[in-house]
Design a protein around this ligand. Structure first.
Ligand SMILES: NC(=O)c1ccc[n+]([C@@H]2O[C@H](COP(=O)([O-])OP(=O)(O)OC[C@H]3O[C@@H](n4cnc5c(N)ncnc54)[C@H](OP(=O)(O)O)[C@@H]3O)[C@@H](O)[C@H]2O)c1
Length: 332
C-alpha cells in the first residue's frame, strides 16, 4: 500500500494494484484525472451496501453530515486509447458526496466546504503525476470553473465546451434525420443562465426562428436571462415551465437535483436533449411520450469502448461524460 498525505494531514491509501500501475514503466506517460462525485445517495449506497436498504431520503440524510469528513478516493486506473493510437492513463477520483450535498452548499454560501474537498481531489491528482485534471459535474460549478482552486501547475478543464459541442451535435443530427431546418423551429433552453445553457444560447439562437431562455424561479433569474437575451436575436425569457411546450427543440442544462421536467411539459414530437447530471427528465417520460426524441446529451462513446470501472455510475460500459472525455482530447 502507498499513502498520500493531504495538506490537512489526513492520509489516504492507494490499493496495491493502483500503486503497481503508478510505478509500471510501461504505463502511458500521459496521466489525467477526472474529479467526480456521486450523482445521488443511491449511487453512494452502491459503494456502501450496508446502507442499501434505506430510502433515498434517508440515504441523503445519512450521508449529509459525513461529507465534510470524507476524503476523495481513486476509483480506478484505466488506459484509454485514442483513434490515433496514443494512450492515456485515466484516474477517476470520486468525492464521496452527492449532487445534493454540493448544491446545498453552493446555494447557502458554504461553497468553501465543497472547495476543500475538491482541492483534496486535486492534491491526489498531483500525487498521481497527472498533467491535467477535469472538474466533472458540480465540481466546476462549486469552484467557479476552477478559479477558486490551486491546480499546482496542472492543466484544468471543466469539459463544459465539449459538453456543449456534444449537445449541439446530437440535436443537429436529430434534425438532419428528420429533414428539419432550424429556421422553422422554436428552441427552448432550460437553465439558459448557466455555464452550458448560456454558451448554447449564444451559439444556437441566431440559427432558430425563435428561442426561449428559461430559468429557475429564483428572484434574480429573470434579470440574468434578460441580460443574456439583450445581446441575442429573436429571444424571449421565461421562468415558468409552461413555456417548454412551445419548443420544437428543448435543450435542458440545469443544476437541479430533482427531476423538474415530466411528460406533460413537452410539445408533440419535440427533440429533447438533457445534458444535466443528475438527469432532469423524469424517468417515465420516455415511456409515456414515445413521440418525443430524447437525447442524453453530453455522453460520448470512447473510441475503443474501455470499461472505466467507476462503480455505481449511471453510464453504459464504454461510454463517458463529455466533461471527462474532454480530458482525453486535451493536449498537454
Ligand atoms: N454531460 C457532461 O459532460 C456535463 C458537463 C458539464 C456539466 N454537466 C451538467 O450540466 C448541468 C449544468 O451545468 P452548468 O455548469 O451549466 O450549471 P450552472 O452554471 O450552475 O447553471 C445551471 C442553471 O440551471 C438553472 N436552473 C436550476 N434549476 C432550474 C429549474 N428548475 N428550471 C430552470 N432552470 C433551472 C439555474 O438557473 P437560474 O440562474 O435561473 O437560477 C442556473 O443558471 C449540471 O447538471 C452539470 O452536472 C454535464
Amino acid at each position: 500500500m502507498s499513502a498520500v498525505t493531504y495538506n490537512d494531514g489526513q492520509v489516504i491509501v492507494l490499493s496495491r494494484q493502483q500503486q503497481q500501475q503508478q510505478q509500471n514503466p510501461d504505463s502511458p506517460p500521459r496521466r489525467i484525472a477526472w474529479l467526480c462525485h456521486a450523482v445521488d445517495a443511491r449511487h453512494l449506497a452502491a459503494l456502501d451496501p450496508s446502507v442499501a436498504h434505506l430510502t433515498n431520503e434517508a440515504l441523503e440524510e445519512y450521508f449529509e453530515p459525513r461529507g465534510g469528513f470524507a476524503n476523495p478516493a481513486v476509483m480506478s486506473c484505466v488506459e484509454v486509447q485514442s483513434r490515433t493510437g496514443a494512450k492515456t492513463l485515466l484516474y477517476p477520483i470520486l468525492l464521496p458526496v452527492t449532487s445534493q450535498w454540493m448544491k446545498r452548499r453552493i446555494e447557502s454560501r458554504r461553497r468553501q466546504e465543497c472547495q476543500v474537498l475538491i482541492q483534496k481531489g486535486v492534491e491526489l491528482a498531483r500525487y498521481l503525476d497527472c498533467g491535467v485534471v477535469a472538474l466533472g459535474q458540480y465540481t466546476s460549478i462549486a469552484t467557479r470553473n476552477g478559479r477558486s482552486i490551486d491546480s499546482y501547475g496542472m492543466g484544468v478543464t471543466t469539459g463544459n465546451r465539449y459538453a456543449v459541442a456534444l449537445a449541439i451535435q446530437g440535436i443537429n443530427r436529430a434534425l438532419h434525420e428528420r429533414v428539419l431546418t432550424t429556421q422553422n423551429q422554436t428552441l427552448v433552453i432550460v437553465g439558459a443562465a448557466g455555464n452550458i445553457g448560456r454558451a448554447c444560447a449564444e451559439i444556437l439562437t441566431p440559427q432558430y426562428r425563435q428561442t426561449i431562455l428559461l430559468g429557475s424561479r429564483k428572484s434574480a433569474s429573470r434579470q440574468r436571462l434578460q441580460e443574456i437575451a439583450a445581446a441575442l436575436p429573436r429571444v424571449e425569457v421565461a421562468v415558468e415551465t409552461d413555456a417548454i411546450a412551445r419548443g420544437d427543440v428543448v435543450l435542458v442544462s440545469t443544476n437541479s437535483v430533482t427531476t423538474p421536467l415530466n411528460a406533460s411539459h413537452f410539445k408533440a414530437e419535440a427533440i429533447v436533449c438533457d445534458v444535466s447530471v443528475p438527469a432532469n427528465l423524469d424517468l417515465r417520460v420516455a415511456t409515456l411520450r414515445p413521440d418525443l426524441e430524447i437525447l442524453t446529451g453530453g455522453i460520448v462513446r470512447l473510441p475503443f469502448g474501455e470499461e472505466l470501472h467507476i462503480k455505481g455510475f449511471p453510464l453504459p460500459t464504454g461510454y463517458t461524460f463529455g466533461c471527462k472525455h474532454s480530458l482525453i482530447c486535451f493536449r498537454t
